[in-house]
Design a protein around this ligand. Structure first.
Ligand SMILES: C[S@@+](CC[C@H](N)C(=O)[O-])C[C@H]1O[C@@H](n2cnc3c(N)ncnc32)[C@H](O)[C@@H]1O
Length: 214
């Protein structure tokens, strides 16, 4: 029963303007979902270039830009519909000078390397959507500047979610998310001193990864 249910990948397509619009509307209505992440980011106090992977319609990207006006952010997104929504959103908020939206796949090594190096690479609510998570993680780790940090913030599968009689997209996402042992398995071969996994109440997880010293 507690198995990872990944129908989410089929049910919740981010392709198409209508799906992107609906996601953007929900994200704008409940920016609370980003608050714990923003607090963590503030505590990290990282200067320089940021990369937001799977930026969606750029709601969180904009919150980060407004909170840290001195950083430069590249917002990478697979879905053209999301990028289009995101570009409109950042222009409306006067953030086009600080955020650069690009369309592309984080699993595409050649493309992603062309974006350069980053002091902070973050990704919110996307880990459980990645078709090739380890490939994406490996790509992102190589894009870290010296002392750079990869910060993945996502939902975490919790057993009691299977007893909640709700089946909307959000609850499906939780059932499609990873538990700690699965994340550890994903990160196998990365030295344990290079990563840290922290549970966040009630069903979130933060994963911090640094580049192994070669
Ligand atoms: C649940 S949304 C999260 C959006 C945003 N990060 C947020 O927190 O609101 C996941 C996003 O990841 C994008 N995505 C999934 N796989 C990707 C990949 N391989 N490369 C880039 N973006 C990807 C999807 O298109 C989608 O917009």
């Amino acid at each position: 029963m507690f198995e990872r249910k990944i129908e989410i990948h089929r049910d919740e397509a981010f392709e198409g303007l209508e799906a992107a619009r609906q996601y953007a509307e929900a994200a704008q209505k409940s920016t609370r979902r980003y608050m714990a992440f923003l607090e963590r980011l503030e505590a990290l106090s990282i200067e320089g270039r940021y990369l937001d992977v799977g930026a969606g319609p750029g709601i969180l990207t904009s919150l980060v830009a407004e909170k840290f006006p001195w950083v430069e952010i590249t917002a990478l997104e697979l879905s053209e519909a999301m990028v289009s929504m995101g570009q409109d959103y950042i222009t409306h908020h006067g953030l086009e000078g600080q955020i650069n939206f690009v369309t592309g796949d984080a699993a595409d090594e050649e493309f992603i390397q062309s974006l350069g190096k980053f002091d902070l690479i973050f990704s919110t609510y996307t880990l459980h959507h990645w078709e090739h998570p380890r490939k994406v993680i490996d790509n992102l780790v190589t894009m870290l500047a010296d002392d750079g940090l990869l910060f993945l913030y996502d939902l975490r599968r919790v057993w009691w979610m299977y007893w909640v009689p709700v089946n909307n997209g959000f609850f499906k996402s939780i059932r499609g998310a990873y538990v700690q042992s699965e994340i550890e398995e994903l990160l196998q071969d990365i030295p344990s001193e290079c990563y840290d996994i922290k549970h966040e109440f009630p069903f979130m997880v933060s994963v911090f990864i640094r580049r192994p010293v070669s």
